[in-house]
Design a protein. Structure first.
Length: 215
């Protein structure tokens, strides 16, 4: 992880600046380590001359009541369970406005909370992390012009599956249910993330074979 952080940081040194801030997208399949990587990157940047803010895409989850009405609650985390238009609009604001508030996802409450992330004029960089930020399919591809840099993280399927099962176990599901949720929902999202990856991504870390195969 430190080597990957250093590689991104070195690229940032020669990257053209954007005003009021540059946006760095960190994408990858579920359980690929995006959240950890993005948080570490922001911490590293904030120790240097930059002032960075972390913006997780999960803040744009549709509410469970909306998903239930649409018959999508069991597919929560799939592309169609996000407010994509709201995300695109918010990212345009993030790229062009000095001061704004953004939502985050509260895992304890299993819902998005409005206005919890404050972005101000001191933040010259924003690191956005999420599964579908580098998807080439509409409407996700409307995000691509906003990214000053894009990073894709990947791991082999067996690593992702084991992590996903553990995630469900940690959420108090039994082993059979955890494995079913990981296989039937999460691994389908893994395949979509790889299959739809924009080929113009700047940096790829991890297993590239499964990306090429769309596995």
């Amino acid at each position: 992880m430190p080597d990957r952080i250093a590689k991104v940081a070195n690229r940032l040194k020669v990257m053209p600046t954007r005003s009021p801030r540059a946006l760095i997208a960190v994408a990858g399949p579920p359980a690929s380590g995006k959240s950890t990587f993005a948080a570490q990157l922001v911490a590293h940047l904030n120790q240097s001359t930059h002032s960075a803010v972390l913006v997780p895409m999960d803040g744009f989850h549709l509410d469970n009541s909306v998903l239930a009405r649409r018959g999508l609650l069991a597919r929560k985390g799939a592309p169609e369970t996000f407010d994509v238009d709201g995300l695109v609009s918010a990212m345009w604001r993030l790229a062009t406005e000095q001061h704004l508030y953004l939502p985050c996802f509260d895992r304890g409450q299993d819902r998005s909370v409005a206005g919890r992330i404050e972005v101000n004029s001191q933040h010259t960089l924003a690191v956005i992390e999420g599964n579908y930020l580098l998807c080439r399919d509409a409407p996700w591809n409307h995000l691509r012009p906003l990214w000053s840099m894009s990073v894709f993280l990947n791991e082999p399927n067996h690593v992702l599956f084991d992590r996903l099962v553990q995630r469900w176990l940690d959420n108090k599901h039994d082993l059979r249910e955890a494995q079913a949720r990981a296989q039937n929902n999460d691994m389908a999202n893994v395949a979509f993330v790889r299959r739809s990856l924009d080929p113009s991504v700047d940096l790829v870390f991890g297993s590239e074979v499964e990306i090429q195969q769309g596995a």
